[in-house]
Structures are given as structure tokens and as C-alpha cells.
Design a protein around this ligand. Sequence first.
Ligand code: 3H9
Length: 704
Amino acid sequence: MPSDTLAGANAVNDVVSIEIIGKIGLIALDNPPVNAASHAVRSGLWQAVETLQQRVDVEVIALYGKGRTFIAGADIREFGKPPQDPWLPELCNFIEDSEKPIVCVLHGTTLGGGLEVALSCHARVALKGTKVGLPEVTLGILPGAGGTQRAPRLAGVAFALEMITSGKPVSTQDALENGLIDRIAEGDPREVALSAAEDLVSGTLPRRKTGEIEAAPDQAALEAMRAKLAKTQAQLFSPHKCVDAVAACHLPIKEGMAEERRLYNACMDSPQRAGLIHAFFSERAVAKVPEASAEPRDIQAIGVIGGGTMGSGIATAALLAGLPVTLTERDQAGLDRGTDTIAKNLDGAVKRGKLSTDGREEILSSKLSTSTDLTALSDVDLVIEAVFEEMSVKREIFGTLDKVCKQGAVLASNTSYLDINDIAATTSRPADVIGLHFFSPAHVMRLLEVVVADKTAPEVVATGFALAKKLKKIAVRSGVCDGFIGNRIMTFYKKAADYMMMDGASPEEIDTAMRGFGFAMGPYQVADLAGLDISWAANKRRAATRPAEERYIPIADRICENGWFGRKTGQGFYIYDDEGPRPNPDALAIIDAEREKAGVRPRSFTPEEIVSRFMTAMIAEGTRVLEEGIALRPIDIDAVFLNGYGFPRFRGGPMHTADVIGAADLVRRIEDYAKEDGYYWKVPELLRKMAASGETFAEMNARG
Ligand code: 3H9
């Protein structure tokens, strides 16, 4: 670029520009939304540094990002495509090797490759409140542009290991105290860049080449981290490679980076990387719904009906998000129980550092109000009904809400199974009625199913999504069916587990196999935790309509008949006491008795067969949920299971797993299992078509 064209800001390309201000060469990045280090950013930055190197009037270079953040990482969308020069590691080395000193201003969320660019500059100034981190491990990879080599050189091996293996960002204060950055500043990134550049020239801001710093060896920290990860993350691939990469930081920087590259490539090739990146995009894709362009209604105050575990959890979630809540119950005793649960939930938030003690007091004294009268909800903007699953009760409540709530209020039900259309029909305003299905504990679990009934207005759907955002939840749009996306699929695959249990596998064998696949808990541990009485009630409700051809396994019902409802009663499939959970011999006796009664000769199941049947059932029902339009796209089903059902994140969700297995293989499996039970095991038409055409769920996601 000719030097005489450099007055004012000059575009190097679409996303990088330079300005010369006295002796300062100022480089600005502008690649919305998050300044990801795309090919254009990398090549533009390289060219900008090269241009400024050649300018005799430029003594110092300052780099900053426009918009909400400095570089938030490599451009994840480029992963898996052929690499284009310059690569980020080469760019980082080029920056570090610059003869003219370069200072970088960090702001927003300076993450991954963004922090790696900053670490290769000769000084770093972060705006107050910046989040600084290396989250690559959460995507199944490791910092691959020198992060594993430069972070320990600046901040020590122990600090770098913690940051890299957890993927969690640190505060600017932490980053400063540990030497990762040199200064915290306030103001506009461009202004801060200019004054930092002056200070770099005057020497008030020290300049260093990070790669020339010797990393202090710390075998103890490396061994301690290896031991911790062996216990906590044994199934994951990349955290262990992160440690191996940091272990190379005593080598000269270029050699250390060569080792980092080797390990990075191994992570890139791992199926876990594909699963984790799919999970990342799934959580963002779910917000793209047909109603996204509608204007959400303003929600300033919320009503919650029902002070049980769900209602109190929902109220807690809203209170923690700063929304005033009116909680209603049938009587004072119910209100007392609900208030008590909310107070306990808030105590937990204080313990986890999410809330101050004063904040807790303020919420309880001025944000939460209670009443035994539904007219107390006359002024709220949104009501969430969370009473027990009985249609007649819900109908009555919605009939009353119709009379007492102000016009424009959103009327939501937290039902897990019941028909929102039926509920809506009891009101004169079905357009305002929606399902908002929370997952227990509602103040902790991230998933919210937004259930859209036939007459729900688009702006009411948009309000559901806006509320989820406020509550920091991931909202997934679902159509109406028994159980919506998640519970409908779960009810189906739970039958596959029950059939295996009846045919010879113990609950413990099934749970162990599914934990081996990566679930945090197996299906019988989950059932015991949720309470066996819940599914018992659902079983009774469905009994009248259960088709005669369906194979029904009454084992859990028999367990319930003894008053054993799982964890809350001390026993279910397992016993829960001071000795810790263990298989319940009485439940095993019930299983034996039921097998005998049904004339089943138990056989053995390998963990592989258990996983195969369980996953095939989950995918088959997931495919039907998609065929029927209950879920918009395969990725919505993945987001539901990743955020509400403990599905292993590194496997990307059931529909991503389906692509890994392949439609043809799945069809073969179902046809094989159908030889024993052709009623339960049926090949969904869509899966058959996919097997024939070779189309994948990923391709359907891309089509939107
Ligand atoms: C890396 O750096 C590797 C290197 O070590 C080595 C290389 C050799 N790329 O989350 P939001 C999109 S790995 C592409 O809704 P927020 C996102 O999909 C990377 N796109 O906003 C969304 O698009 P859309 C390490 C990205 O304010 C939009 O930006 N870095 C990227 O709630 C807004 O995102 C990370 O892992 C990206 N890197 O949160 C950081 N990041 O609107 C990943 C975001 O079309 N990113 N997008 O759906 C995040 O954690 C959050 O996005 C962030 C902003 C905190 C930055």
C-alpha cells in the first residue's frame, strides 16, 4: 500500500484497516459479530503489520477490535475446510517477530485465537470487564496458535493448565495478577490503543517477546492436572492433549509450537471435536425460528402458579434474572413450602457465588410476593402454571386466568405431556397461550421447550424465546404432542431399556453401559432421581389408550406399589442410604418374578448391544418427531438432549450420532430388532429415504 494514501483510516481489506497517527500505526479489526479470526482477518492483519513495518514514520503499532469484542477466536465455521494461508500460528509468530513493538487492546470476550494473537504482541492492555480465556477444549481441540506455549511463559504452568483444561475465562484482574496482561484500562478501545502505544514508546508500558521468556518447569502441576483429568474427564480426548501440549513449553517456542500443532491436528481429527462443535452451533441455531422476527411482549413481572419443586424452581430462575414474581398456591401451607424451597434455592446460588447475601435478602423481601388467590395475578405480564399433571385442574386454572389476567398477558403452562391446544381452548384468548416446559431443577437446567399450539401468536412465541434469554436458558421450539420433543423421545427409548431389563439385563448393567457411552447417569438412575411415581402416574394415564399389541413392562409399577419411588423414598431400582447407592435386591426380585410370570428366559446383553438398542430407539423416535414437524430441524432435537437430558456433549446429540452411525446401518439394526418385536421396532420412512439417498441430518440442518 503506497504510504501517501495513509491519511485517515485505510482499508486493507473488508475487515482490517490502518491509520497513521504521528508515530503510531493503528490497526483496527472489524469483522462482526465477534471479530472471529477468519481468513480475511488473518490475511488483512498480516498485510497491515507488513505495511506498517515498512513505514519509516511508524515507531509503534497498536491493534484493537471494533464492535463488541476483540477477536473471540478462530473462525469455527472454517474448521474442516481446506486451510488457507496465513494460518493463525504463523500470523502469531509474524506478529511476535515484528521489529516494531505491537500493543494489543483486549475487550469484550477475547478468547481462543484472539487471546493467542494478543499473547504474541509485545504488550497487552485489557479494558475493565474483559473476559479472557482459551475455551478451545470445550470445542474438543486445544489452543493451536501458540496459546499452550505462550500462556505458561507469561502466567506460569499451573495457571495456564487450569485456564486451558477448564476452558473457563478469567477476569482481567486475575489475568493481570498472573501476568497474562500488563494493564487494565477504561475507555474506548481505539483511545486506549493510542495511549498504550505512547506508553510502549516511552517505556511506561514494558515490552517483551513472549516466546523469548523461559517457562519455569512445573512437573508437580502437570502431574496433578493429569491425575485430576484421569478422574474427572477420562472419556474426553482433548483435555489430556492440552496437558501434553503445555508440557512442551520448556522447549524453544518454535519447537513447542510444532508439538502443539501435532497434538492440535490429532484433536481436529477426533470425532469428539465434530460432536462438540456441533453442540456449540446447535445452541445458537435453535433461536432461528419462524417467529424470530416478531416483536416479543414486554415482560416486567411474572406469576407462577404452584409452589412445588417445579414452580419454586421456575420462580427462583425468574427472581435470579431480576424479575419480580408473584407465587400462588391453594393454601398458606403450600405457599410456605414454596417460599421455603425458593429460599433454599437462593442459598444454593449464594454458595455457588451467583448471588450475594444482600441480594438474597432483597429478593425475598421485595421481589417475591405470594397469594392464595389467582386474582393476585391480574397485573403480571406472564403467568406460568406449574401444578400437577391433571388436565381438569389445568382447565380450571386457565379458565380463571382468562378472567383475571390483564389483556396481552402471556398464559403459559409448564405441563410436561398434556395438550396445550386443549388448555388454550378453555380460554377466550388461545393466541396468548403457550407451553413453557422447564426441566428440573428449573433454576439450574438450561433447557426450555417452547411449545407452540395451533393458535399461539408469533409474538407470544417470540416472548417465550426472549424470556429464555433473560433466564439464560436455551429455548427450543416444539410442536404439540404427548411429551413434546424431549419426553416423547425419552418415553420411547425408555421402553427399549425396559425390554432389555425384562429380557435379561439388570438396571445396573444398562446404566453402566449408558454411562460408558458418556451419559452422566443411566436411565434407571434418572428414573429414581425424577421419582418413579411420576412415570407411574403417566403409565396409569396412558393405560386406557395403550394398544393391545404393545409389549408392556410392569416392573417399575410393581416397585411403586411398595411405596418405593426412588431417591426420595430411599429406594427404587437402587437403595439410597449412608452406604451410597447400590442395586436394590427387592427390585431385582421383582424383576425376576415378572420375568417368570411372562415366561421370559433371561439372556445376557453386552454393553455394545445395550448402547446400540438404546441409541437406535432414541434416533428412531427422534426421526419421527422430525417427520411430524414437532421439531423444526434435527439440530433442535440435539439441543434438547444436550441441555435437558445429560446427553454426552462430545457426541453432539442423538441426531448427530445418527449421522456418525449412518442411516443405512440404523435401518439394518431396526429391521433386525423388529424380528423380535415388529410393533415397537419400525423403520421411520425418513430414515429409509436417507439410507437410500445418502442424505444426512447435517445436510437437513444446513438447509434450515
Ligand atoms: C480457536 O480459537 C482455535 C485456535 O486456538 C487455533 C486455530 C489454529 N467463529 O454466542 P453468540 C458466532 S477456536 C465463528 O450468539 P454471545 C455465533 O455462531 C475458537 N462464529 O453471542 C453467532 O452466530 P449466529 C475459540 C462465531 O454474545 C454469533 O457469532 N473461541 C464464533 O452470546 C454470535 O455469537 C471460542 O470458542 C467463532 N469463533 O457470545 C469462542 N464465535 O448469530 C466461541 C461466535 O449466526 N464463541 N460466533 O448464530 C463464544 O463463546 C461466544 O460466541 C461469545 C459471544 C462469548 C464470543
